[in-house]
Design a protein around this ligand. Structure first.
Ligand SMILES: Cc1cc2nc3c(=O)[nH]c(=O)nc-3n(C[C@H](O)[C@H](O)[C@H](O)COP(=O)(O)O)c2cc1C
Ligand code: SF4
Length: 772
């Protein structure tokens, strides 16, 4: 049959359909599955957000808002935002560095550059310069010359409205703290004013107020609580010295020696802001003195004009010094030894280091010295060790550590102990207030000796006083000094320093007499007192002379803590509430530091009915405060201490703290400490723990919480009855902390500030200051 063209097409079509049908029957399962897979993939693509290509990848965190410059108010608001309610918040990063400690010379040079830049940036037409002229005069010459300088500066200020007329102060009458710690303290903040110090200094090789002034500068520079360049806020400074070339013909022979010293200290304290070179004038120079002084004043005025114009001590300004010169000066500072026997920071006491044996080398890295036998500190009591043949001194006299510590005012006793009088002892001697121990426990600071039988420690806390100089170790690997020798040496060193206060203006004779009998010993200076293998004997010696013992340990040596016999008050430093935080802040050497820490809390818990136990919390903003209240409450629940001392950290401004990221921004204000203790109080109450806010010492940013065991007849009893303590101890009977406590004085109770009314806070004119 002929189907023609159309017929053929139909047949072909029918054939295709046939084949398609056969194909479908054979593969319909596979085809359906593929179709379904395609549909699913399409749907998934529609509901899932697009993943960008690698190069354009966005971070996972939410978009940050545009950065806006932070105003002062906002910064303050951020700082006072303590403690936070949100427990999920991460510890915030440390605040921007506002002050720094010692740096390697290179870094310092760089910083100066930055400061100059910053200063330039801050210069504005609204800024004014306030010159302040300080002088000292015994026979009137310097006072007369100061008047001339003031008159010239006054005339200059008329032609330069941005420079204010000078203020003039006699160093003998000002409170040095008001001007030479962090720049002038003004009753109200004066915006847009920068201060410029001019100092006219005669020289005397006898004991005068200038010795006290120099000692103050020296102390400020070495005070661990203060930044090493606290006067860097000044716009600049310059010194003019007045001396007598007839009697003291050259600088080597003492001509203008004290002005030279003042100039050096100010260079350090201001961070090298010598704006015009040191001027030196000879009283016997027949008219020369006035001319030299006039030239110096004119030079200073030109610097003031330059400062006003540029806001900075420019490189080209005479006297500003180039980087090389300043670096040399810093190196000299680092390399030289200054013996700083308070109050005389003697002028001729610098000497080059005879040897530079590093403590780390003691033990014979090179094999020349017999290796000391390392005693595992955690086991020394139970594991008798073979007698070592040649154990070395922990702090040998010729070591840089020894130098650094004596420079900081320590007296080193024997080979591993130290004693130092603290600023509160000096303050108490002058009737200007004691430290918090007086308010909380009845210890007047002038009766207290601060010492340590071990300058070594097993932590490297970011806020440590030790300026990063002391040896650190987990084992005692040095010779062990006799406890009696340490005790005698500590008393001798302490009394010597007290005697040096004899000539200091304002020292009260009755307190000076009282201070010649030590009543208390704080074993908390630096280092770890229970590191000393014969600590029990040492404490026994203290008690034998009825000297109370406060011992602070770093919660890293449970065995030694367990073995420790009774002390008057036993402290454990609680520097963080969790493992991570503790690692960051204490930087412990022990790998099992957290387990050790917890074991120490358990030991403290066991001892709480035998002796007074204390948790000492040091608050470091940005490290261990935010979000940690609940954690601290847990630790309290574990250790059940009799007392909880909460203290704001004091900034020591060292390279150690700086390298750990610690700055002044990490120091909490007192109201922040108060907010913290109130939050801790609530957290403890929530857990049914019977504690309360007992006392405070606002002065030193310190608050005391106490177990209600010491709330007797509705009155806090945080003070120690020392006579009773020694009576019970001498009788050899068992007793509890409640057996030797006394009522806390009204003025020390929580809410009353804590300043002892028997002391007086005075201003520079000796008038009582408002008390808080
Ligand atoms: C006891 C005494 C000690 C002195 N010692 C020094 C000295 O060590 N170096 C120096 O350059 N001048 C020394 N002088 C000189 C004074 O510094 C000089 O007379 C100065 O002008 C005194 O200043 P004033 O009158 O403001 O007190 C001394 C003077 C006296 C009376
Ligand atoms: S425990 Fe004390 S001595 Fe040791 S590093 Fe810390 S603050 Fe310094």
């Amino acid at each position: 049959m002929d189907l023609g063209d159309s017929g053929a097409t139909s047949v072909v079509l029918a054939d295709w359909l046939d084949q398609l049908l056969i194909f479908w029957h054979e593969y319909r399962v596979v085809v359906s599955a593929l179709f379904l897979w395609f549909l699913m993939t399409f749907w998934v693509q529609r509901v899932t957000p697009q993943v960008p290509s690698q190069g354009l990848e966005k971070p996972n965190w939410p978009d940050r808002p545009e950065r806006v410059p932070c105003t002062d108010d906002q910064a303050v608001a951020r700082e006072v935002d303590l403690p936070k309610a949100d427990p999920t918040r991460k510890p915030r990063p440390t605040a921007a560095r506002v002050v720094t400690g010692r740096k390697p010379a290179g870094a310092r040079t760089e910083r100066r550059g930055v400061q100059r830049g910053a200063a330039s940036a801050s210069s504005s037409s609204s800024t004014t310069l306030q010159p302040i002229v300080f002088f000292s005069s015994l026979t009137g010459t310097t006072e007369r010359l100061t008047k001339r300088v003031a008159t010239e500066l006054e005339a200059f200020s008329v032609s330069q409205p941005a420079v204010l007329p000078p203020q003039v102060h006699d160093i003998s009458y000002v409170d040095l703290d008001d001007y030479f710690i962090t720049g002038p303290k003004t009753p109200v903040a004066v915006p847009n004013v920068r201060y410029f110090y001019l100092l006219l200094i005669p020289s005397y090789d006898i004991d005068t107020i200038l010795n006290t002034f120099l000692a103050h500068l020296d102390e400020t520079h070495h005070d661990f609580r203060i930044d090493t360049s606290p006067l860097s806020t000044l716009a600049g400074y310059s010194v003019f010295g007045i001396g007598d070339k007839e009697g003291w013909p050259s600088e080597e022979k003492g001509f203008c020696s004290q002005a030279i010293e003042v100039d050096k200290w100010l260079a350090k304290l201001t961070g090298r802001k010598r704006a015009y070179p040191l001027g030196l004038g000879d009283v016997k120079g027949k008219g020369e003195l006035e001319r030299v002084l006039h030239d110096w004043t004119v030079g200073v005025c030109s610097v003031l004009a330059e400062l006003k114009a540029t806001g900075a001590l420019g490189e080209g300004v005479p006297g500003s010094g180039d980087a090389d010169e300043s670096a040399d000066e810093e190196e000299a500072d680092d390399g030289e030894v200054e013996e700083v026997d308070f109050p005389d920071s003697g002028r001729n006491k610098r000497r080059k280091l005879a040897a530079t044996t590093d403590l780390e080398d003691v033990g014979g890295k090179d094999g020349s010295l017999a290796s000391p036998l390392a005693v595992d500190f955690t086991t020394y009591a139970s594991a008798p060790s073979p007698a070592p043949t040649a154990l070395k001194a922990m702090v040998p006299k010729e070591s840089p550590t020894y130098t650094a510590l004596t420079k900081q005012g320590y007296t080193i006793i024997g080979t591993h102990s130290g004693v130092k009088i603290c600023r509160w002892t000096k303050s108490a001697l002058r009737g200007r207030g004691s430290c918090y121990k007086n308010s909380f426990y009845g210890i007047a600071s002038h009766l207290c000796m601060e010492t340590t039988p071990s300058l070594s420690c097993s932590n490297k806390c970011v806020f440590c006083w030790r300026h990063g100089t002391n040896p650190v170790s987990t084992t005692w690997r040095w010779q062990v000094d006799d406890p009696q020798a340490i005790f005698d040496g500590a008393k001798e060193g302490h009394y010597k320093k007290i005697k040096m206060m004899r000539g200091v203006p304002g020292v009260r004779s009755e307190r000076f007499a009282e201070a010649m009998r030590i009543r208390h010993c704080a074993l908390s200076l630096v280092g770890e007192p229970i590191f000393y293998p014969r600590i029990n004997e040492f404490v026994g010696l203290l008690h034998s002379e009825h000297i109370s013992s406060f011992l602070v340990c770093n919660a890293q040596h449970p065995q030694q803590l367990q073995d420790l016999r009774r002390v008057t008050q036993l402290y454990v430093s609680i520097d963080a509430s969790n493992k991570d935080s503790l690692r960051k802040i204490d930087r412990p050497l022990h790998r099992d530091f957290w387990e050790r820490f917890q074991a120490c809390l358990d030991i403290l818990r066991q001892k709480r009915f035998v002796q007074r136990t204390v948790f000492r919390l040091t608050l470091v903003k940005g490290f261990n405060v935010e979000d940690e209240v609940e954690g601290y409450a847990e630790l309290v629940a574990r250790g059940l201490p009799c007392f909880i001392e909460v203290k704001g950290v004091t900034y020591c401004g060292t390279s150690v703290s700086s390298s750990a990221g610690l700055t002044m921004g990490n120091v909490p204000f007192y109201h922040e400490v108060v907010a913290f203790v109130e939050a801790l109080d609530r957290a403890l109450a929530k857990r049914g723990l019977d504690y309360g806010l007992a006392a405070e010492h606002a002065h030193s940013c310190c608050a005391l919480m106490a177990s209600k065991r010491f709330l007797i007849n509705d009155k806090w009893h945080t003070v120690i009855d020392y006579d009773r303590f020694f009576h019970l101890l001498d009788q050899g009977v068992d007793f509890t902390p409640e057996d030797y406590c006394k009522a806390t004085p009204e003025w020390a109770l929580w809410g009353n500030g804590g300043f002892d009314p028997r002391d007086v806070r005075v201003d520079r004119k000796g008038r009582p200051k408002e008390q808080n």
